[in-house]
Design a protein around this ligand. Structure first.
Ligand code: HEM
Length: 500
């Protein structure tokens, strides 16, 4: 056999020599390219990865590229267009200057790991005065490391499994009634408006048992004003966003304080988050929250939970509408659950745990919608962040005071991590994800506190929607809302429901 193969090769010897002669230039070039890659990667790996400066344009002092950023934020393409444009100019890593600060957008899982695992030590959330003024000095978003750890631990009660089980029942009852009413009316309605109200009402009921419609709307109006002022110019000029937000905060705090007083005096008592906090009044100070901590964090939970969850609900409707196979498969799974139940059933946490395809739809929705586009941190010292660009490793130099934005959107759309990233394909989550490649809730000590609550809320929503109805989209416009840092359809995603 071997002899025959050598004879065959010899027969073609002359052809091979001619081929080599004719492509001499090509061969030399290929040889040089291989040698250069080998030498460079060798020399880089010798002393570890090399440090490189990030490309990008810093522009004029202070102003930098702020105007371009504001113009993107103020367009129907959304503020991430600013990032997309720079990435097409400079590559995956780039830096820019916004509002006087240098920002580096961190597009890799290695970079995300470095920042998340060193949160509070090498990096911290940037202090934004308007944000701290709005949510309050005792909010999880404002406090320093030590208080953060304690407050986070003491706030975890409403997110425990027994509390989530109660939440699922309440949310399911509220949601199924409201969807049934909308389907009976047969009118078109905006999913975004609906989901904003649903999440707000459900959270107020869970946190402090507020269920009266007019009171809910008043508190919601104030919370929205506070939320809108979080990123504004912090000057108290009557009529400005900041002024309206601070005034709204004062009213909210007054309400919360009244509620606490009524509960302490025994006039009111409920089974909810607020009551569980007040039940610790006689505990040592390390094991309870002060009133100011309770109030600032009630507000923080509402603001952090409402807009995010509502936006994800809206995107799930849009993605499922555009991907009928996924919608059919989801419906089949949900109907299998419904068939085992009585007519007026209410979902339980066990039902939620059995929705394996539903969970994948939730994950794929969060991957593609990127409710929080990037997560900002500030470098507390000069440092480097690891990058990778096959076959080379490199370190990106970051200076003290620079802002590093973990770019969850870029990571979630990276074709190396997600095949056909623009395709809505929940089944991709059958495979294990690489660490830090799926980060819609962040990671590390600041991981979203409401992560499980958000997931079960979305699963109940998908169950009731796909298992109970079909729908038509009444506006196909893809433009995004202006001036919003959470991507949301400008149309609000209007649909009409038809019961199955
Ligand atoms: C789909 C819905 C949600 C998404 C995508 C989301 C996403 C996130 C992300 C990415 C962070 C970390 C940000 C960072 O590292 O800078 C975060 C933090 C936080 N989230 Fe959520 N969230 C959602 C729903 C909720 C809900 C329902 C609540 C509460 C009811 C909540 C409460 C919080 C709080 C309190 C923090 C601050 C945690 C800390 O600093 O320790 N979130 N969220």
């Amino acid at each position: 056999m071997v002899v025959a193969a050598v004879a065959e090769l010899w027969k073609h010897n002359e052809e091979i020599v001619t081929l080599l002669k004719n492509n001499y230039d090509l061969l030399i070039a290929a040889f040089l390219a291989v040698a250069a890659t080998f030498l460079v990667s060798k020399s880089w790996s010798k002393g570890g990865a090399r440090s490189i400066d990030v490309p990008g344009r810093l522009g004029l002092p202070f102003i930098g590229e702020t105007l371009a950023f504001l113009s993107a934020t103020n367009s129907f393409k959304g503020c991430y267009e600013f990032v997309n444009l720079r990435r097409s100019r400079y590559g995956k890593w780039f830096k820019t200057r916004l509002f006087g600060k240098i920002h580096v957008f961190v597009p890799t899982t290695e970079g995300a790991r470095k920042i998340f695992t060193n949160d509070f030590s090498y990096f911290n959330k940037g202090y934004v005065k308007s944000m701290a003024d709005c949510v309050g000095p005792k909010s999880l978003l404002s406090v320093p490391h030590e208080s953060h750890k304690r407050i986070r631990r003491l706030l975890s009660d409403p997110f425990s499994m027994p509390s989530l089980a109660t939440f699922v029942v309440k949310f399911d009852q509220l949601l199924s009634q409201r969807l049934a009413r909308l389907a009976r009316n047969g009118d078109s309605f905006k999913v975004l408006e609906f989901s904003m109200q649903m999440t707000f009402d459900a959270m107020c009921s869970m946190l402090m048992s507020v269920t009266e419609e007019s009171l809910l709307r008043e508190i919601e109006k104030d919370c929205t004003a506070v939320s809108e002022a979080m990123l504004s110019l912090p000057v108290m000029i009557p009529g400005s966003r900041y002024y309206r937000g601070i005034k709204a905060r004062e009213r909210v705090m007054e309400r919360f304080s009244g509620m606490i007083e009524r509960r302490r005096s025994g006039v009111e008592s409920h089974e909810d988050f607020l009551q569980s906090m007040l039940a610790k009044d006689s505990y040592p100070s390390t094991e309870k929250l002060e009133d100011a901590e309770i109030m600032d964090n009630l507000l923080t939970l509402i603001i952090a939970g409402q807009t995010t969850t509502a936006a994800a609900m809206m995107w799930s409707v849009k993605f499922l509408n555009d991907n009928r196979d996924a919608q059919d498969r989801l419906r089949e799974e949900q109907l299998a659950i419904t068939r085992k139940k009585a007519d007026d059933y209410v979902l339980s946490l066990e039902d939620i745990n059995s929705m394996s395809y539903g969970l994948k739809v939730v994950k794929e929705t969060l991957r593609m919608s990127n409710v929080l586009l990037w997560f900002p941190r500030v470098a507390l010292n000069d440092c480097t962040v690891d990058g990778k660009f096959f076959p080379l490793d490199y370190r990106i130099e970051i200076k003290k005071g620079w802002h590093v934005n973990i770019d969850a959107t870029c990571i979630h759309y990276d074709p190396v991590l997600y095949k056909d990233p623009l395709q809505f394909n929940p089944s991709r989550f059958e495979e294990m994800q690489k660490s830090y490649s799926f980060i819609p809730f962040g990671s590390g000590p600041r991981t979203c506190l409401g992560m499980n609550m958000a997931k079960v809320t979305l699963m109940v929503f998908l169950h009731r929607l796909a298992g109970g109805y079909k729908w038509t989209m009444d506006d196909l416009d893809l433009s995004l809302e202006k001036k919003s840092h959470i991507p949301r359809l400008r149309s609000g995603c209007p649909i009409t429901l038809k019961a199955l």
